[in-house]
Design a protein around this ligand. Structure first.
Ligand SMILES: [Zn+2]
Length: 595
């Protein structure tokens, strides 16, 4: 969950507003004097169920808790977020800290970018890179692949990269922080990567965060990575994710392999939903990282590693994803790289035959045992029952309990009793404990607004829509982060300047919208339809709010004048809704019915 949603979940709008406004509760609604304009009769309403507010007086403004605090305190979205997060006791991740830190990170990305470009050119053109060039060619990598992965060559020199970057204005300190150089005992610095084939590692936004490097002679280690830096955390990175994200979404499936070349070969052969964990163990952070793209995951591991993964962490991944994880078993110690090169159909077949990780664990445990023997039966139960205990999904848990019962020929009831005695061991990965208040929060509305998001995704992904005559009003976006993005979109000329206008806390949401998969054609029509639905949604919610206000006003003995004013606004809303319906009618019903 994003920090923004977390704040929304923890904060109750009526509590926040009542710090500024004396509210009177009635039924499901609160009323008070509007804090944004001067009035004697209260026309300001708060709707806890929708976590929103509206002034039916002179302002005729409304929104969610963020827009309320922004308006009341005269601050921007980021400041409101920080204020509310503090109130809710939520620590903001450091990457969302404001400017100074962001600038530092930006420099590191740029330094990595400059390094990647330099090393890539050396691989393509330098005489010293000849050996590496032929190595890469001998591995069957095409020039297009080498370019899209921006492979590079770091020369056998202590200073080549450092000098190149210092000449471009980077300080030794920055290069040290970026992990591109290392400190010597004498107090100087020299290049970290020497005489290696270089694999730039990018985040999902395509920013280069670090490097992987393969030795070209027998130097050790064979593979060397960037160290942990402010922009690089290996346990949080998936190699190839920048090139794979679209395919992962589209195919609704991610395949995780171990090595750089496995990813590269897969992509070159059209398997674009493949990324690498850059090590044998997949981490929980990596799993969470792809969760937004898809819930369906297959791990392609050699048999030994797969076994270990399955036993130790498999169910933890499943609980994180809230879905089954599959295992692709590679034959005879081969890498995906080898398999794909030999026979792409074979790879396709392995994908199709991938086993659910728990089934795989069952096979692994039971092949070593003789289940006609009592001793081996109890061994199987000892090994498998704790794994079953970890499964959060009750239906799948029951399924495997049944399977185990049948295998060892014991009644399910007995196993169930044993299961109750097992607490998932603390060493194993588990889904975070539910936070306090979780139950109350579960009753809160879902924060995502599909129509708002669909409309924004269209605008962001199709710059040509900027010239489209009928644009929504910022007010139509009831979620503050969507509203912020829309306003920034109106002002910005391109995506990168749009990003600069936004608080970093919103970037995650922005990236989600930018990479959201959309229908391929008739964009203008789809957009017109979405914009209309957005307006309709806004008007409808306004009508509902107005009715609640009207009921409360009547109940609290509002004067005829006030009631009349609300009635009048109601008529206005109905008129506008009528307009929306007539436009919808003229478009025909069947078009653009994305949900
Ligand atoms: Zn007002």
């Amino acid at each position: 969950m994003s920090v923004i949603d977390e704040v929304k979940q923890r904060i109750d709008i009526s509590e926040v507003v009542s710090q500024y406004v004396k509210l009177t509760k009635s039924g499901r609604t609160f009323r008070g004097l509007c804090p944004f304009h001067s009035e004697k009769h209260p026309s300001f309403f708060v709707y806890p169920e929708r976590q929103s507010w509206h002034c039916f007086g002179a302002c005729n403004a409304g929104g969610d808790v963020f827009s309320f605090v922004m308006k009341k305190e005269g601050i921007d979205f980021g400041e409101a977020l920080r204020l509310l997060a503090q109130r809710a006791g939520i620590a903001l991740p450091s990457r969302l800290e404001p400017s100074a830190k962001r600038d530092e990170q930006e420099r590191l990305y740029q330094a990595n970018e400059a390094a990647a470009l330099y090393l890539h050119n050396l691989l393509l053109n330098s005489p010293a890179g000849e050996k590496t060039r032929s190595y890469v060619a001998s591995r069957g990598l095409s020039p297009e692949t080498i370019a899209s992965f921006q492979l590079g060559f770091s020369p056998n020199s202590w200073e080549a990269l450092k000098q190149h970057l210092v000449e471009r204005g980077y300080t030794e300190g920055e290069l040290l922080t970026a992990g591109l150089v290392i400190e010597t005992e004498a107090g100087g610095t020299h290049d970290r990567f020497r005489n290696r084939l270089m694999f730039p590692i990018s985040d999902i936004k395509g920013r280069i965060t670090g490097f992987g490097a393969r030795a070209l002679d027998d130097s050790l280690p064979k593979y060397l990575n960037s160290p942990q830096t402010p922009v690089f955390d290996k346990s949080n990175s998936l190699y190839g994710i920048n090139l794979a994200a679209a395919a992962i979404r589209q195919q609704n499936m991610v395949v995780i392999v171990e090595g750089y070349t496995d990813v590269i070969t897969a992509h070159q052969n059209g398997f674009n939903n493949v990324v690498a964990s850059m090590g044998t163990a997949v981490t929980e952070k990596q799993v969470s990282g792809v969760k937004r793209l898809t819930k369906n995951m297959a791990l392609a591991l050699d048999a030994d590693a797969a076994g270990e993964e399955a036993m130790l962490r498999g169910v933890g991944y499943e609980n994180t994803l809230d879905a089954e994880v599959k295992v692709i078993i590679l034959p005879g110690g081969k890498d995906p790289d080898d398999v794909i090169k030999e026979d792409t159909k074979m790879w396709q077949k392995l994908l199709e035959e991938a086993l659910p990780i728990v089934d795989y664990t069952f096979n692994m445990v039971t092949t070593e045992l003789d289940l006609t023997k009592a001793k081996d039966k109890s061994l199987a139960v000892d090994k498998l029952l704790p794994i079953i205990a970890e499964i959060k999904d009750t239906v799948r848990q029951a399924h495997y309990l049944q399977k185990l019962a049948r295998l060892v020929n014991v009644t399910e009831r007995k196993l169930e009793a044993a299961l109750k005695g097992i607490k998932p061991s603390p060493g194993k990965r588990q889904v975070e404990e539910p936070k306090p208040k979780a139950i109350a929060q579960a009753l809160r509305p879902v924060f995502s607004s599909p129509v708002e998001e669909y409309c924004l995704a269209l605008l962001l992904q199709h710059p040509e829509l900027k010239g489209y005559p009928e644009q929504p009003l910022p007010d139509y976006f009831q979620n503050s982060e969507n509203r912020e993005i829309f306003i920034a979109w109106q002002q910005a000329s391109d995506l990168s300047s749009l990003r600069d206008k936004l608080d970093p806390a919103i970037w995650e949401h922005l990236d989600y919208l930018i990479t959201k998969s959309l229908p391929p054609n008739q964009i203008e029509e789809k957009y017109a339809d979405a914009a209309l639905r957005l307006r309709e949604g806004f008007l409808r919610s306004l009508a509902t709010k107005r009715e609640a206000a009207l009921a409360l006003e009547a109940e609290l003995g509002g004067t005829a004048a006030e009631l009349a004013k609300l009635e009048e606004q109601g008529i206005e809303v109905s008129l506008q809704l009528g307009e929306v319906f007539s436009k919808k009618g003229s478009k025909g019903r069947s078009k653009g019915a994305e949900k």
